[in-house]
Structure formats: C-alpha cells, structure tokens
Design a protein around this ligand. Structure first.
Ligand SMILES: O=C(O)CCC(=O)C(=O)O
Length: 256
C-alpha cells in the first residue's frame, strides 16, 4: 500500500496521498454502515442543533463506530491498514479513534486549522490519521487542506472557536488535497489541516481512522487509551473478535 518514496513524503511533508488502494465493493459496505450511523446521529442533532463540534445540517462527527460494528471493525483491521500503520508506527499498533465526518451540502463554514493532537494530547504525540473519502473529495465539496511540513513544529497551542479548536490564524492558505474515492490521505497527528466549506449539492462523506502505537497514553493523565482494538502485533495482523452490530444505540464524541 505504501512505497518508500511515499513513506519519505509522509515523514518530510507530514502527509501522503495513497491513490486507489481500497476496494470499491468494500467501500460500498463501509459507506452503507456509516450512512446508517450518520443518519441516526443527525436525527438527534436536529433536535439539539449543536453538539460539540457537530452542527445539524452542516457537519456531523460520529465517533467510535468500529467498536460496535463488524463491517467497520474488519475494515479498520484489514491488510491495507495493517501494512500502512506498521510501516509508519512499528510492529504493535492499535486503533486509537474512528469517526465518520459528514459535511452536508451548502455548508458555508470550514472546519478550522488544527492538529489532531490539539483535541486530545497523546503520548507519544505522533499517531497516524487515515482520511478515507467515501465520495470524491474536491475543493468544492470540502476536501482536506494541509500546511506541508507543519508537523515538524510538534504540539502547538489551540484556541477555541465557534467551529472547533484552531491552531493557526496566519496568512498561509495551505494546499488542497482533493482525493478520489478509493484513495486515502495518510497524515501525521501533528500536521496542521482543515477542511473547506461544502458549496456543492452533495454530501461530502469521509471516514477518519486513526492508529497509534499500542499503549499510547493521554499526555496529561497518563491513562492508556482503549478506544479500539490492537490491529497488529509483531508486525502481523491481529484478528480481534468481531463486535456484535448495534442497531439501536450510537456514540459520538469530539475529535477534530
Ligand atoms: O473531514 C473533515 O471535514 C475534517 C476532519 C478532520 O479534520 C479531522 O477529523 O481531524
């Protein structure tokens, strides 16, 4: 899934696009599960308007889905992610976090510049974010933008804003990273990134899947994370017992 040149770009620029590395029929199944959880979450959002960084009719972050869904659990623990994550993080890897991020048509606001570690500080600070589009992500529908090389600054301060935490207010517009369905953007948890408004008439759908070394801890409390299963030990895939599908409850959380 990742060639040496791509690995080099990841370490130098903080991100790399891995084109056409996921199977379309697998993505169909993943998308239908995410649609289900997003619809359920959005229904509740309509009642409250805003919940953390999720806003009804604009953007919904629906988190920790692989822990309760067999299709998603298999997907995040599948060979492409085991290979990618072990190349970047070493032999022992766990799922740190997963969330659907659905940006609805005509969402005028961006999701502001941040590092993923700005939301929850981790030890080690570096983990791997895989941004997986379920539809082609374009400038018009709110693709990811990055500031290449910004990961080298380490963890920086974030300020709260109405749209989410923000770590950069300067003039650098960054670079857009449009990607087609089937591709993955792999980026460092320390990379400054944002997503643009969705001025299209279609939903922009993404699944954000993050992997850390096993035993990663909260940087302030020292507590180990248990948000997801170990997917690799000794560089080899770990087959975890599948969760039973949960068709009645949902969990959400905030993680930029
Ligand atoms: O998908 C998006 O619009 C933003 C997601 C993001 O930046 C994140 O989950 O860290």
């Amino acid at each position: 899934m990742i060639a040496s040149q791509e690995l080099q770009q990841y370490w130098e620029q903080g991100y790399v696009v891995l084109p056409d590395c996921l199977d379309a029929s697998v993505l169909d199944e993943v998308e239908s599960r995410l649609d289900y959880y997003d619809a359920d979450h959005h229904e509740r959002l309509l009642g409250v308007g805003k919940e953390g960084i999720s806003r009804a009719n604009e953007i919904a972050f629906t988190a920790n889905l692989a822990g309760k869904d067999r299709v998603l659990a298999e997907f995040v623990g599948s060979d492409p992610f085991v290979e990618l994550a072990t190349r970047i993080l070493g032999p022992n890897v766990q799922l740190y976090w997963d969330q659907a991020v659905y940006k609805r048509p005509e969402t005028a606001q961006d999701f502001p510049w941040h590092q993923d570690t700005g939301y929850v500080p981790t030890d080690p600070a570096h983990y791997l974010t895989c941004w997986i589009p379920l539809v082609d992500a374009t400038i018009d529908n709110g693709c990811i933008w990055v500031i290449p090389g910004s990961h080298r600054q380490g963890m920086v301060t974030h300020q709260p804003t109405a749209l989410g935490l923000q770590c950069y207010f300067g003039p650098d517009r960054g670079v857009p990273v449009p990607v087609s369905r089937g591709s993955v953007i792999a980026f460092s948890s320390l990379l400054f990134h944002r997503s643009g408004p969705n001025v299209s008439s279609q939903m922009r759908k993404a699944y954000v899947v993050q992997f850390s070394v096993e035993h990663a801890k909260h940087a302030l409390t020292g507590e180990e994370f248990h948000n997801g299963p170990v997917i690799a030990r000794g560089g080899r895939r770990v087959l975890s017992s599948p969760p039973h599908d949960d068709a009645t409850t949902n969990s959400q959380g905030d993680e930029g």
